[in-house]
Design a protein around this ligand. Structure first.
Ligand SMILES: Nc1ncnc2c1ncn2[C@@H]1O[C@H](COP(=O)(O)OP(=O)(O)OP(=O)(O)O)[C@@H](O)[C@H]1O
Ligand SMILES: [Mg+2]
Length: 657
């Protein structure tokens, strides 16, 4: 490679030098990294000739230098060249130059925006290896167990060549397994597990009487011994967050919370929930309560309160305050209205499992707050999980800001660039693609009613299916997948339906969605991270056809679904469908506008297509509201933390009873 060529638009050589002085902030950085690429490449012929043993020795030498205090930045060229060589040998993938650039963006604490399917999994090895050299652990966080396991398994051989150990933390793991995983050089896991492990450790440390001391990192194992229990995590040194917008932004609206075991009045509370769920049908809107649509708040009217007072109640509820009774009834009404079975949650093995709105996955282990979860359990007539109160909590923002070094990567970051900057002080760097993107987005289609929309979708599927092209259809909820599946069956189109009930196999089915003639219906859990590989015959047919059946709460989620096709320069097409009774209008503009639009849609004379921009505006409105929610949460948490610190308390723990 001559010294003046450029890597997909990233200048090298003298051009890079010039731009690194004169360019804009992003251009300047890319130019600087582009010029380092040559140093990395210079190592290649030498490393390629070395024995595996020599590579490992080199890696060990780097460890010594890093531990001796040499700045990691000066180890980038050799370190990155080593990782590339290791990947070539271990998994026959040579990091593309743009992946090296992405790796540098990550090393310098940026959010690397690399298109879906560009190979972020492989890119991750670069900064993760380098930061692990110091010996304080390197974490890679992602959105679900499947991706954590897949990525760790795929990259482990690369790290092994360099003498680095890799651990995985998965939801069912025991404390011992977790501790071992965290003790590895590199640890893969979900953001959620990393967070809960932190909180559990924190609680444990307090039980050991050390909560206030910030000695977490310096404790000797002897002092930590307490009935065999020890914290599982080491310190928070480096974390690379995959799907950074999902974890650091979408998920960041709710903090991670661990409950403590309260013993008192449990029976009474359970009875209260059950009683409230039972009497709810007797309460009528407008007569007994008002529903405030904006805030989704229920308020009992005078008549409603009167009804509460006059109702017969179980003996054990005697002595419960009226205000409490009102509150329980109001909450039960809210649950009945706003939380729908098989849409917002499913009942699985006698438990309520939340369906994550962003990913369509079952969010196992997560609970709604403020008694909502228990109220729904009572409504579904299953065991009411003992409301335990909080014991420890941390916001996603606080959790990741604890890391000394933080980096993120995703295919969809730009639209959240300001938030990344403001909350996490991280800059988004768009990294060019290795090959030109061949994904073609067809013009969006708007229909009057959902019914018309579904029929058009089925026709679309049929046309692609006749040509043997694979089709992936994303829906927003399980019930909608069921509707579509019925229609497809009526037309005799064989297909796979994925809903959140089969978490284990789902991703594999999606991964195979690229085979000739396959039709796959999935909730948007298929949206992130899943890799769909195409065989040559399918590429010749035009690649995968992705159908999006309505707008999600955030355009980034739509784009992730679309990103299942057109990966690694493959061909592919995307078609977005909408209708005038879509949920997004209700969540965006409220029930009045939504009902008006539903009526418009039902008129045959209407031209639904002209409402395209209205639908898009509704989505932006939801995005803005969620943004506001996150900043409100951040503000409150900051105040709370300040107060607790002033009182000398651990900001992450509740005061013990
Ligand atoms: N340097 C490389 N050489 C060969 N194949 C590669 C290389 N980098 C990535 N790939 C392949 O590209 C595909 C996509 O990779 P990967 O799933 O990591 O993409 P991604 O950027 O994480 O996408 P998403 O945003 O959807 O998560 C995989 O099949 C992977 O094996
Ligand atoms: Mg990925």
């Amino acid at each position: 490679m001559s010294s003046t060529t450029s890597v997909n638009g990233i200048p090298q050589g003298w051009q890079a030098k010039m731009l690194s002085w004169l360019g804009g902030p992003i251009q300047r950085r890319l130019a600087q990294w582009g010029s380092q690429l040559q140093q990395i490449n210079a190592f290649e012929p030498m490393l390629a000739a070395e024995e595996p043993r020599d590579l490992r020795k080199r890696s060990l030498a780097l460890r010594y230098r890093a531990k001796a205090g040499e700045p990691l930045a000066s180890l980038v060229p050799e370190g990155y060249a080593l990782v590339r060589e290791a990947a070539k040998r271990a998994i026959q993938q040579r990091h593309y130059d743009v992946q090296m650039i992405g790796g540098m963006a990550l090393f310098y604490g940026c959010i690397a925006e690399m298109e879906t399917g560009e190979g972020k999994t492989l890119t991750a090895t670069l900064p993760t290896y380098l930061h692990a050299l110091i010996g304080k652990g390197s974490h890679v966080a992602t959105v679900n167990d499947y991706l954590a396991e897949r990525d760790a398994a795929m990259m482990r051989p690369v790290y092994e060549v360099l003498g680095m150990s890799t651990g995985i933390v998965l939801t069912p793991d025991t404390q011992d397994t977790r501790r071992k995983a965290y003790a590895c050089d590199i640890t893969y896991g979900t953001a959620k597990e990393f967070g809960f492990d932190f909180l559990r450790d924190r609680l444990l440390l307090r039980r050991m009487g050390m909560a206030q001391s910030n000695l977490l990192n310096q404790l000797t194992s002897a002092r930590m011994e307490m009935g065999g229990e020890m914290p599982v995590q080491r310190e928070h040194h480096f974390c690379l967050v995959d799907e950074a917008d999902s974890i650091l932004i979408d998920e960041a609206r709710t903090p991670l919370i661990i409950g403590s075991l309260g013993e008192k009045a449990i029976e009474r509370i359970v009875t209260l929930y059950r009683w409230a769920a039972e009497v709810v049908p007797q309460f009528l809107e407008e007569e007994h309560y008002e529903y405030e649509h904006d805030e989704k708040k229920i308020e009992l009217s005078t008549e409603g309160r009167q009804l509460v007072r006059s109702m017969p109640k179980p003996e054990i509820l005697r002595g419960v305050g009226l205000i409490d009774l009102y509150q329980y009834v109001e909450r039960a009404i809210k649950c009945k209205r706003d939380f729908l079975l098989d849409r917002h949650y499913v009942v699985k093995e006698g438990e309520i499992v939340i369906v994550d709105e962003n990913t369509g996955r079952l969010a196992e282990g997560r609970k709604w707050r403020d008694g909502i979860h228990q109220a729904i359990e009572a409504q579904e007539r299953i065991d009411v999980s003992v409301p335990t109160g909080q014991a420890a909590r941390i916001t996603i923002q606080d959790l990741f800001l604890r890391y000394k070094h933080l980096a993120g990567m995703t295919g969809t970051a730009s639209s959240a660039a300001r938030e990344f900057k403001k909350v996490y002080k991280m800059r988004v760097i768009p990294v060019p693609t290795n090959r030109p993107v061949q994904r073609k987005r067809l013009p969006d289609r708007v229909y009057g009613t959902a019914d018309q929309k579904w029929r058009a979708i089925v026709e679309d599927v049929r046309e692609a299916h006749i040509k043997r092209r694979p089709v992936l259809i994303g829906t927003r909820s399980i019930d909608k997948s069921v509707i579509l599946s019925k229609l497809l069956t009526e037309k005799g189109i064989p297909h796979q339906v994925l809903n959140a009930h089969e978490v284990a196999t789902e991703a594999e089915i999606v991964a195979r969605a690229g085979e000739e003639g396959k039709v796959t219906v999935a909730t948007n859990m298929a949206g992130r991270g899943t890799d769909i590989k195409l065989q040559q015959p399918v590429k010749d047919l035009g690649g995968l056809h992705v159908i999006c059946t309505e707008l999600h709460d955030s355009a980034r989620i739509d784009r992730q679904l679309m990103g299942r096709c057109g990966r690694q320069g493959d061909p592919g097409t995307v078609q977005q469908y909408m209708s005038l009774d879509d949920d997004v209008l209700r969540t965006g503009f409220g029930p009045q506008t939504a009902e008006k639009m539903t009526k418009v849609g039902e008129q045959d004379s209407a031209n639904p297509q002209k409402y395209l921009s209205l639908l898009q505006r509704a989505q932006r409105k939801v995005e803005r509201r969620h943004l506001r929610d996150r900043f409100v949460l951040l503000f409150h948490e900051k105040e709370r933390k300040k107060m607790q610190q002033e009182m000398g308390q651990d900001p992450y723990l509740d005061t013990p009873d």
